[in-house]
Ligand binder design. Structure first.
Ligand SMILES: Cc1ncc(COP(=O)(O)O)c(C=O)c1O
Length: 359
């Protein structure tokens, strides 16, 4: 069986380094917010060309904390509207709700699956204070257009980059990352980070993630406990230097899928620019998705659906269930993610392509 994502194989080359770091961690005896977190924050800020990086507990918290920090600084008020793509992982929406803000859903472009910039201007109201742009599947959203619209309406841009580590971003915005194990830069447990070049925001964020405190037992904000774990930071320090090479391997696999899968029943993703996609996921579309998934499984290929139910149709988000967002709903019915990682072999890719071509 070709796994959708073989995490064991992916992390195996780092095993000796992980063990050495774990031993050093035990010998050192400092478990929370130590040198590994500091080192990772410095390296990831520099990797991301941002002035600051704040390590947090996970990607969802990264999003929530960015919004809460903006509220704290008076840039957004509770109840304000935040534009969010309807076609996203539910975390993007949950973060807005958790910060007591109102999500306003915008349909995606059927070509990129990312928010359709042509639909943004129409839904802007006097309460629209921010947009949470998601680079879904690792593909850069149409930032030139989004940046121009937001600049003319004075709308804050926050980027959900949970699926977009190592992407060439456009603009100097605050971004949330997730280091969930399956991400392009994945830890061995939960982890997340925020990158920003806004010094005031960074100061509030360093405090918010740690009970609203930067000096022990002195609390300036109603914060939370969401710190990047020291051991996860140690593992991420080992893996970060390999991220660009791993992303290149993903692009190489994607190139083969794109040029060699030839089946009129299967719609391939569109990739216009070498810099605008790091292929966290390689997502195809087909009308009878479940039949194709079963066929692939029978032929030894594991696939995953990202995602089967859109956020606005989830039981948890009952208040939005009445919304009709047909493009998002169609995408959710048709998408299927092929195996994609830096450890897929040429033989595996060849088998996947041949199987899809004879479907
Ligand atoms: C688009 C998107 N946003 C946010 C998150 C939340 O990240 P985490 O699982 O680390 O909380 C994820 C990943 O799960 C995601 O894919």
């Amino acid at each position: 069986m070709i796994k959708f994502l073989d995490l064991h194989k992916l992390n195996k080359p780092f095993k000796d380094q992980f063990l050495a770091k774990t031993t050093a961690f035990l010998d050192n005896g400092w478990y929370i917010l130590g040198n590994e977190v500091k080192q990772f924050e410095t390296s990831f800020a520099s990797f991301s060309k941002a002035k600051h990086c704040i390590g947090v507990g996970n990607g969802l918290d990264a999003l929530v904390l960015i919004l809460k920090a903006h509220i704290q600084l008076g840039n957004i008020q509770k109840g304000d509207e935040v534009i969010v793509p309807a076609n996203t992982y539910i975390a993007s929406v949950l973060a807005i709700l958790e910060a007591d803000l109102t999500p306003v859903f915008v349909e995606p472009s059927f070509e990129t699956y990312n928010i359709d910039p042509n639909l943004i201007e129409d839904i802007i109201t006097s309460k629209t204070k921010a947009i949470l742009v998601v680079h879904l599947y690792g593909q850069l959203a149409e930032m030139d257009k989004i940046n121009a619209i937001c600049e003319s309406h004075n709308i804050l841009i926050i980027e959900d980059a949970a699926q977009a580590h190592g992407l060439t971003f456009k603009g100097n915005h605050t971004r949330a990352f997730s280091f969930y194990p399956g991400k392009n830069l994945g830890a061995l447990g939960d982890g997340g980070a925020i990158t920003t070049s806004d010094a005031n925001l960074a100061e509030v964020l360093f405090s918010l993630r740690n009970y609203g405190s930067t000096k022990k037992y002195h609390n300036d904000y109603v914060g939370v406990n969401s710190r990047l774990d020291e051991l996860q930071a140690a593992y991420l320090n080992i893996k970060l230097p390999h991220l660009n090479a791993e992303n290149e391997s993903r692009k190489k696999a994607a190139k083969r899928y794109l040029s060699e899968i030839k089946n009129h029943k299967i719609h391939l993703p569109i990739w216009n620019n070498f810099n605008d996609h790091i292929f966290h996921l390689f997502v195809i579309r087909t009308e009878s998705r479940d039949t194709l998934q079963e066929y692939l499984y029978k032929n030894g290929i594991e696939t995953v659906i990202h995602y089967p139910i859109p956020p606005h149709k989830q039981k948890a988000l009952l208040e939005f269930n009445h919304l009709s967002l047909p493009i998002t709903e169609k995408i959710h019915q048709e998408v299927l993610s092929l195996p994609m990682s830096s450890v897929l072999t040429d033989e595996e890719i060849k088998h996947i392509i041949a199987t899809l071509n004879s479907y």
